[in-house]
Design a protein. Structure first.
Length: 276
């Protein structure tokens, strides 16, 4: 789906040459949790045109992810020859719009200007739990909306994100701000690269939801007894209801009306582990 985060006409299709392997897998319906757009024939038609008329992108995709080569062959075998530049560009715009979330991951400064980040207030997070002298993990850190908000309060901040360009941006921003207590690494909510009982607080925003139980088990694994797991989303205009899965998992919630008109539910849970 498109989030309407970009104007695709402003972007080059060469953006695809900056994508990570796991994103390319997602383009081809090989993601861990979802087939994505790949089940849609219109999507596959436009992707086929891009791969046929941009051999560098085809080559790059295969080098990064050899297992998609057969799918690429299937996509391009019926692509017409001698298509006009206008038709090719329409395919580019369709694809860039369909994958707009991945496009903004490649351009973090553009991501910083999205409503849910730009209009968000630090106090929304810091009022949820006490971060003073805590060891904190930020999952799916993105541009660091949450991590940088508590870096001057927490004892240590660990930010993980699976997108290489975002990790590079986080490191540069951290160094420019002179922050010494933040470490940045690869990782996902399904596979958190830390030992059991490592953190006082585990936080995220717009990350949970593909497999609530698996995600909860993994976050609980790395949190200390008595620590907090919380989610804190940004400002938007989305109409929401209370998330039944979060309630089922024992989370409490804080609700407020966004300045953009959306219904914002942030969730938190204190984790009590059974001693054995």
């Amino acid at each position: 789906m498109s989030y309407n985060w970009i104007k695709p006409e402003l972007f080059s299709i060469n953006t695809l040459l900056l994508m990570d392997t796991w994103i390319i897998e997602y383009f081809f319906g090989l993601g861990k949790t979802s087939i994505g757009h790949y089940g849609n024939n219109e999507y596959k038609y436009h992707l086929g045109i891009i791969l046929e008329y941009y051999p560098a992108i085809k080559w790059y995709f295969i080098q990064k992810c050899p297992k998609i080569e057969n799918r690429i062959d299937e996509l391009i075998k019926n692509v017409p020859e001698n298509l006009s530049n206008d038709i090719i560009r329409k395919s580019e715009l369709f694809f860039l719009d369909a994958q707009d979330s991945f496009v903004v991951y490649i351009y973090p400064k553009i991501m910083e200007e999205l409503d849910y980040i730009k209009h968000w207030k630090t106090e929304t997070l810091t009022s949820m739990v006490d971060f003073k002298n805590k060891i904190v993990l930020d999952i799916g850190s993105g541009t660091g909306r949450l991590a940088f908000s508590v870096a001057n309060i927490a004892k240590e901040i660990y930010a993980i994100d699976p997108v290489e360009r975002l990790r590079e941006y986080l490191r540069q921003k951290r160094d420019n701000l002179g922050i010494k207590n933040m470490k940045i690494s690869d990782g996902t909510i399904e596979e958190i690269p830390f030992l059991d009982n490592s953190f006082d607080i585990v936080m995220s925003g717009h990350v949970m939801g593909d497999d609530y139980d698996k995600e909860m088990d993994e976050m609980t694994r790395v949190i200390k007894n008595g620590g907090f797991i919380l989610t804190c989303i940004g400002e938007d205009d989305c109409k929401r209801e209370l998330n039944k899965d979060m309630v089922r998992l024992g989370f409490e919630h804080i609700y407020y009306k966004s300045i953009l008109g959306g219904d914002i539910y942030n969730y938190y849970k204190k984790i009590q582990k059974t001693c054995t």
